[in-house]
Design a protein around this ligand. Structure first.
Ligand SMILES: [Zn+2]
Length: 591
């Protein structure tokens, strides 16, 4: 995973024109305050502005380090009293390293010869000049009337690079250790923290570490620190850049409410603590991922078609590309990798097509008055297992993470998700929604190891169907008879008997049939035509199962089949354009 992230980081360096990569020793950093001084080092003024990016020395961790000529007030001015003393000294030591540069002369005056008019004055003016909430920004030096900040001078860059390379060479001569990522000893493997990963959900704002060894538990076989993972300084930088890019890439756009946000191109957020990032090695666009979010029936049909055709063709001439995805959760300073997926782009496309075939379920579209396949968003499938009243956000992101893996790798979802979704289908007012039916279908079919009955998109017309499926259908029919007789009841048979029938069918259906004869008698008196049609349909269903065949209990899988049978039958009720006609004819005859 680190290797692929590092490869991605290298690619971005060559592609990203807006922030051109110069050298490992330099990095883009924000700046919000200019400290303007005169040539003689005396303080002139502060100038604050909206955050800008500037190129400056790379430092891998903030702790125990100071950046040349670009840092916070604690380092630059010793602001904050006793506690900042150490930081300020680190900063001064860094300047001392570069004291021979002529560009730094005014700064040296500022701290030394002209101290009273320089740094002392700047410190005493600091609180007056800078509002409190802006005091945490990075401060840069600028000589009055000069275009560039001092740290942006070409000569300063050159010296930073030279110093960096000298240090690398020295480290290299000491260690000569092969990097486990690039497999060369071109760059040294050193015991220092890799850069920080930003924008990880629930991570700290200054960033979290993907690889860290500040605890003894990470040290084994007497290997200390970074020697445990053996990642060279170059690979450490490139993987951090790659992952940071994945987490933040995307255009800034305006929401409907006029709020600006980043439309991430390579990241999906699932729940509050989890994000998935994904990319293709050749950096090809992977539009199929977007379909998981916004399923478009026409595009899905195109994808399924093209995958089917691709199967028949000789695929060896197709450009092979790899698809990668990792699922990350933050916990303050550390990142946990929940999942790592690596697959060929060809397989990835096949799997996405298969995903949509597996989650497709008929639903009745009231606008077009037609039954058509429904494709749920992945996130909605996960959410259909969630109790909206309780705070189950974490469960939501766990389930979404599993489904993401199932979609990309064509894996079967864990069976415990079936327990969650059935629980919601039983207790929630909305019952078996298209999302829940789709999720149940997916779980049942993908976990069906050589079983015979595969749940279809449409209602099964076969005479041999599982008993549980038929029971679900019968339940739906009993419900429509009740509805026809009594209209919408606050607590109808679904509210009272759905769970009962699903778990203890034999005794539940005994009662349901008793109840039904009462509903039927009432209906026959009021709408005899409709009563006959519905009863015929009920009898047709009951003919496939003998009353003594109702089992005492249903297994978890059978409960799933029950829910699907119920859902299919219910949808089917709407999808009979001739039902109205039949009842009208029947009623005309009766009169
Ligand atoms: Zn390396």
């Amino acid at each position: 995973m680190i290797k692929e992230l590092s490869e991605l980081g290298k690619k971005i360096r060559t592609q990203n024109n807006s922030r051109k990569f110069i050298h490992n020793a330099l990095k883009e950093e924000p700046v919000t305050i200019d400290l303007v001084i005169n040539e003689d080092g005396s303080f002139h003024s502060y100038n604050t502005f909206e955050k800008k990016m500037t190129t400056a020395e790379t430092i891998t961790a903030k702790k125990g380090k100071a950046r040349l000529l670009l840092d916070k007030a604690e380092e630059v001015l010793g602001y904050g009293g006793e506690s900042s003393k150490k930081k300020h000294q680190l900063y001064l030591d860094k300047i001392e390293q570069y004291k021979n540069l002529k560009e730094l002369k005014p700064v040296l005056f500022f701290y030394k010869q002209n101290k009273i008019n320089g740094v002392d004055k700047a410190l005493s003016e600091f609180e007056n000049a800078i509002p409190e909430k802006e005091r945490k920004g990075n401060i840069a030096f600028r000589v009055l009337n000069r275009d560039k900040r001092i740290h942006e001078e070409a000569n300063v860059f050159q010296s930073i690079i030279e110093y960096y390379e000298k240090t690398q060479k020295m480290l290299l001569s000491k260690t000569r250790k092969k990097c486990s990522i690039c497999n060369t000893d071109e760059y040294p493997v050193v015991d220092e923290p890799h850069g920080m990963i930003k924008k990880v959900p629930e991570g700290q704002s200054s960033g979290s570490a993907l690889v860290s060894y500040n605890k003894n538990a990470f040290e084994s076989y007497e290997l200390k620190g970074n020697n445990n993972s053996a990642i060279c300084t170059n690979c450490a930088k490139t993987y951090v850049e790659g992952l940071n890019w994945l987490l933040s890439a995307g255009p800034r756009v305006l929401s409907k409410k006029g709020k600006e946000y980043t439309a991430y191109t390579n990241r999906k957020n699932f729940g509050p603590d989890t994000a998935m990032v994904f990319w293709a090695r050749e950096n090809a666009q992977v539009n199929e991922v977007g379909l998981l979010d916004k399923p478009d029936p026409r595009e899905i049909a195109n994808l399924v078609d093209s995958v089917a055709q691709g199967n028949n063709r000789n695929t060896q001439y197709l450009k092979t590309d790899q698809f990668y995805s990792c699922t990350l959760s933050g916990s303050a300073a550390r990142i946990s990798v929940r999942d790592w997926i690596e697959t060929s782009l060809v397989d990835f496309r096949k799997n996405i097509a298969k995903w949509f075939q597996d989650i497709a379920i008929d639903y009745f579209d009231f606008d077009s008055k037609k039954c058509q396949p429904h494709y749920s968003r992945l996130y909605d499938l996960a959410r259909s297992c969630q109790n909206e009243k309780e705070d189950k956000e974490i469960t939501l992101s766990r389930i979404a993470g599993h489904l993401w893996n199932c979609a990309l790798k064509n894996n079967p979802p864990p069976i415990w998700i079936l327990t969650s979704v059935l629980k919601r289908a039983r207790s929630d007012k909305k019952g078996v929604t298209p999302e829940r039916a789709a999720l149940i279908k997916l779980i049942l079919n993908r976990n069906n190891k050589g079983g015979i009955f595969m749940v279809q998109e449409k209602m099964s017309q076969e005479s041999v169907r599982p008993v549980a499926y038929i029971c679900g259908q019968i339940f739906a029919k009993l419900e429509s008879i009740q509805f026809a007789a009594h209209g919408d009841l606050n607590a109808g048979i679904r509210e009272k008997y759905f769970t009962y029938s699903m778990t203890l069918p034999s005794s539940a259906f005994g009662r349901l049939f008793n109840l039904n004869s009462k509903h039927f008698t009432k209906l026959k008196g009021e709408k005899p035509g409709l009563a006959i049609v519905l009863d015929k349909e009920l009898q047709a269903l009951c003919k496939d199962i003998k009353i003594e065949e109702f089992p005492a209990t249903f297994s978890l899988e059978e409960q799933g089949q029950f829910a699907i049978g119920y859902y299919h039958q219910k949808i089917f009720r709407f999808n009979k354009p001739d039902l109205k006609k039949i009842t009208q004819e029947q009623e005309a005859q009766d009169e």
